[in-house]
Design a protein around this ligand. Structure first.
Ligand code: ARG
Length: 429
């Protein structure tokens, strides 16, 4: 006998039916474990909403809350599973409550649908992951600023992978810190999208009960700590995929910058560039060449942005659907979990990488100072820049250039202070 919630007794078990059920259930018993705690939180809020609406007596409401709190403890203690035949977390929780509390558990689902339940679970889960990601993103900025402050030494600035200008290790790291600070705005945008509560929108069209009205939904939003309720009801299902994409977009931006940093690290740590050394923990040995240490951590970090963007793209493509709920939406959960996991890991490992790379100061090529010299001569003599530019160029070609005006590699203390101030202003209030 099946235990599925929505079974009304008309089904006939058969191998074909079982096979197709397994197909519709898909990965839900695994993916939904991630937001089981959120599912219970949403249900506790739903009990409160029903009580306010006069649909649940205080005694029943207390019984349900008690049962839900027990399940919450089981989830926290790793003692909760979603049996495959129960399809998803929503059903697993309701069936467990029914087994334990009897028919009163059948009152829990009044006025809601798994469609708004899953949206709520995901919204709560994403809200927490965005704040975790934003914190890890800002921790990376802090590690980069720490590197910048402790490594003022000169570093060649490259354009086209050719030695171009004098610069410093501090400016190299501070550049990444600055770009990451800019990208923090993407986490804030994603946080704003996760701050709207879909619970009460039911299957996507609200309900005839008080919890389905705008006022009812606003109270539920407050109970769950959201800034506001999703408005109107028909917007809720349209946000599935949209919010996920914004969340992964923020992680992808972090991973993109980490990827460029990792590219630099892998390049600069080669014996050809020899600008950085890596802690042993950041490298692996070659199984064939005894002399080699390979920069595997940097190389793996390099590819993470592709992986996050692939997950984001998968979700965007899957959700290009007509309005309302469609079962295809279920497939957005696995890439969301994967993308967020990769994004968070990228940030944590990038911080470890920054702490494990060390400058290897190089003698600076005098030609790097050619531009600064041309500027200095133009400024001192009043000659057009183009003339001194040619003059310096000739001297270099003839091998008789000696720069009189080094510059451009000063420690940008004031700039690092400005970045530090921006970092502080972005700390959660
Ligand atoms: N598991 C589904 C999902 O993640 C939600 C529940 C199914 N809803 C439905 N109407 N069949 O989208």
């Amino acid at each position: 006998m099946t235990r599925r919630l929505w079974d009304k007794g008309e089904g006939h078990a058969s191998p074909v039916a079982d096979r197709l059920t397994a197909f519709t259930v898909g990965d839900d018993p695994q993916t939904d474990m991630a937001w089981a705690a959120e599912d219970v939180l949403g249900s506790i809020a739903w009990v409160g909403a029903q009580e306010r609406a006069g649909l649940l007596e205080a005694e029943d409401a207390d019984t349900l809350r008690e049962g839900l709190r027990t399940i919450a403890q089981e989830i926290a203690g790793g003692r909760f599973v979603i049996p495959a035949e129960l399809e998803d977390v929503h059903s697993a929780v309701e069936v467990l409550l029914t087994e334990r509390l009897g028919p009163v558990a059948g009152k829990l689902h009044t006025g809601r649908s798994r469609n708004d339940q899953v949206l709520t679970d995901l919204r709560l889960w994403m809200r927490a992951r965005v704040s975790e990601g934003r914190a890890a993103h800002l921790d990376l900025v802090s590690d980069l600023l720490g590197f910048a402050r402790s490594h003022p030494g000169r570093l060649t600035g490259y354009t086209h992978l050719q030695r171009a200008m004098p610069s410093s290790y501090a400016l190299w790291a501070a550049g990444y810190a600055g770009a990451l600070l800019d990208a923090t705005a993407l986490y804030d945008a994603a946080a704003a999208l996760t701050d709207r509560c879909p619970l009460g929108t039911a299957a996507g069209y609200g309900s005839t009960l008080p919890m389905g009205t705008a006022a009812g939904r606003a109270s539920i939003a407050r109970d769950l700590g959201f800034g506001s309720a999703e408005q109107p009801v028909t917007a809720a299902q349209l946000t599935r995929g949209l919010v996920e994409s914004a969340v992964l977009g923020a992680f992808a931006a972090s991973a993109h910058l980490v990827g460029r940093l990792a590219w630099d690290v892998s390049l600069y740590s080669t014996s050809e560039f020899a600008l950085l050394t890596l802690d042993d923990a950041l490298t692996t040995g070659s199984s064939i060449m005894p002399q080699k240490r390979n920069p595997d951590v940097a190389e793996l970090l390099r590819g993470q942005a592709h992986r996050v963007r692939a997950a984001q793209r998968e979700i965007e493509d899957l959700t290009l659907l007509p309005g309302g709920y469609h079962r295809d939406l279920q497939h957005t959960k696995a890439p969301l979990l994967r993308g967020v996991r990769v994004g968070l890991e990228t940030l944590h490992v990038a911080s470890l990488m920054v702490r494990g790379v060390h400058p290897r100061p190089q003698p600076q090529d005098p030609e790097l100072y050619a531009t600064a010299e041309a500027f200095a001569r133009a400024r001192a003599s009043g000659q057009p820049f183009r003339e001194v530019y040619r003059e310096v160029g000739r001297e270099i070609k003839q091998g008789r250039f000696t720069p009189g005006a080094p510059g451009g590699d000063a420690v940008p203390d004031a700039e690092i202070d400005l970045l530090q101030a921006r970092w502080e202003a972005l700390q959660p209030g």
